[in-house]
Design a protein around this ligand. Structure first.
Ligand code: SF4
Length: 214
């Protein structure tokens, strides 16, 4: 299940409250932790700070790469497939120097799943494009090249969460995030003009021959 392509997963969420908040698993960098490869949060924490601070949400933040590789670290990317392929032994995770990080990335994914299960996470909000947390798109091979390529799929930790029944949302899924905010804050008015990542011009132009449902 991949939430942007399965909107019923968002519709199926219960109505949370301050007494019974929505249990949300969040990528560490989205929660403002300086756990990125360069020791920053990539500037991702600030835009989501008000959402994650709402009383009707309970956040468990975790970085699978920091757990597995430390911070700062080299840049992991998936070669030969997506996160599911890595879990199934059909693809590898290499850094920009060609070092094989596959087993440590799988260990980081398992650690993230443990955090999710301990928190009884009902939903995960994960950082797109990451080899671990990628939630709509991941790099096809090393991203530190002149012509970066992309795969319309998920990272290693995301794949493991999905396999364990936890729906996933990307920070780029603005329509779904807006609906989530309305669920958490009854005074919020949803914006019908917002789009999820797979509905954007860039996504449709990049993956047109392979777009879901095509
Ligand atoms: S592994 Fe996930 S949580 Fe950690 S920096 Fe990358 S995207 Fe953020």
């Amino acid at each position: 299940m991949r939430l942007p392509h399965h909107p019923q997963a968002l519709a199926a969420l219960r109505a949370p409250s301050a007494r019974e908040p929505l249990r949300l698993l969040v990528s560490g960098c989205l929660a403002g932790r300086p756990c990125g490869v360069n020791g920053s949060d990539y500037g991702l924490g600030a835009p989501l700070a008000t959402l994650l601070a709402l009383p009707a949400v309970s956040v468990a933040a975790f970085c699978p790469e920091e757990q597995a590789l430390g911070t700062p670290r080299t840049m992991p990317d998936i070669h030969g497939g997506d996160g599911h392929d890595v879990l199934d032994g059909r693809a590898r995770v290499l850094d920009e120097h060609g070092r094989d990080l596959t087993e440590r990335m799988i260990a980081g994914a398992k650690a993230m799943l443990e955090v999710a299960l301990a928190h009884r996470a009902e939903l995960a909000l994960l950082t797109d494009m990451s080899a671990a947390c990628g939630s709509q798109v991941v790099s096809a091979g090393c991203r530190l090249v002149a012509e970066r390529r992309f795969t319309p799929s998920v990272g290693v930790a995301t794949a493991l969460l999905l396999r364990n029944g936890i729906p996933v949302l990307s920070q780029r899924d603005h329509r779904s995030l807006d609906r989530l905010r309305a669920l958490l804050d009854p005074e919020h008015q949803p914006d019908a003009a917002l789009r999820d990542y797979h509905e954007t011009e860039w996504y449709l132009a990049t993956f047109a021959p392979r777009a879901p449902g095509a």
